[in-house]
Write a new protein. Structure first.
Length: 278
């Protein structure tokens, strides 16, 4: 396995562990996937596909010996897997240890043993089955290729305060996200006001008065949340965020916590800026 593939698997493992949805090549088509034991992650795929959750999806495993951990296995099923020369999905009774919203009403689940290199290596490393379903809106043709991959979080329903806050956490300071010298990390009220003025002048009419009032909260909460995520990723071995050196996620966490503390000290001033331009 080459280094590029190893790096993609490492990043994908982080997404799966955090309940995310992945777009990946399977042994049949490009598919959407997630941790098959996580009901919230499974629901996200149903939502993305606009598909009723009473229509079950199949799961992939890397080894036929693991099937018995997730369903009852008739002897003939193993024989079929052994002789199959093409990707073969088998419906098994007695599904277990999987997300309940993934299992059919009659208690069955479709399982396929993948031989595709990326998926096989991913499942081996993750040591759990992953969902496999076509990357399309339910009822529409499945795409055969992709020009780009987008963060699926950005097309899910959300709050304006979160998007505003995510911009402020890096747009209202003059340092790098992983600055090691915290004396250089400072929340800039000047940049905050410039950004807020442009943001509300361009999009303010689309927000309710209450939504505008939540914008400072969005800045503080998103900065704190990202700091916690960076720290958690560092403690868990840097599986989610890409790093270029060993302590990068730790440095990222420290900058976010320092910015959060600065925002708290400037809290009244931040609220006055919102009042000024709302």
């Amino acid at each position: 396995m080459n280094d590029k593939l190893k790096e993609e698997i490492r990043k994908t493992l982080g997404i799966l562990k955090n309940g995310g949805v992945i777009l990946y090549p399977t042994d049949t088509i490009w598919g959407l996937g997630c941790d098959a034991t996580n009901p919230e992650a499974v629901k996200r795929i149903y939502d993305i596909k606009k598909r009723a959750d009473n229509k079950s999806m199949l799961v992939l495993l890397d080894d036929a010996g693991k099937i018995a951990s997730y369903a009852d296995v008739p002897d003939i099923a193993l024989d079929l897997i052994e002789v199959a020369d093409k990707p073969t999905t088998i419906i098994y009774p007695g599904a277990k240890r999987l997300a309940p919203n993934l299992i059919a009403e009659d208690g069955t689940i479709g399982i396929r043993i993948t031989r595709e290199e990326f998926t096989r290596s991913l499942i081996f490393r993750y040591n759990k089955p992953i969902v496999s379903t076509s990357a399309n809106i339910s009822g529409q043709p499945a795409p055969t290729n992709f020009l780009c991959v987008i963060d699926l979080d950005t097309v899910m329903p959300g709050l304006a305060a979160n998007d505003f806050g995510d911009s402020i956490r890096f747009g209202a300071n003059h340092c790098a996200e992983d600055e090691a010298d915290l004396s250089k990390v400072n929340f800039s009220m000047e940049l905050f006001e410039i950004y807020t003025k442009g943001f509300l002048q361009a999009a303010g009419e689309a927000f309710t008065p209450l939504e505008k009032q939540t914008l400072p909260w969005g800045a503080k909460l998103m900065t704190m949340e990202c700091g916690m995520r960076f720290l958690a990723d560092y403690l868990e071995g840097d599986h989610y965020f890409h790093i270029n050196y060993e302590t990068q996620n730790l440095n990222r966490a420290r900058t976010q916590f320092k910015l959060t503390a600065d925002m708290e000290r400037n809290w009244d001033a931040m609220q006055k800026v919102i009042e000024k331009y709302k």
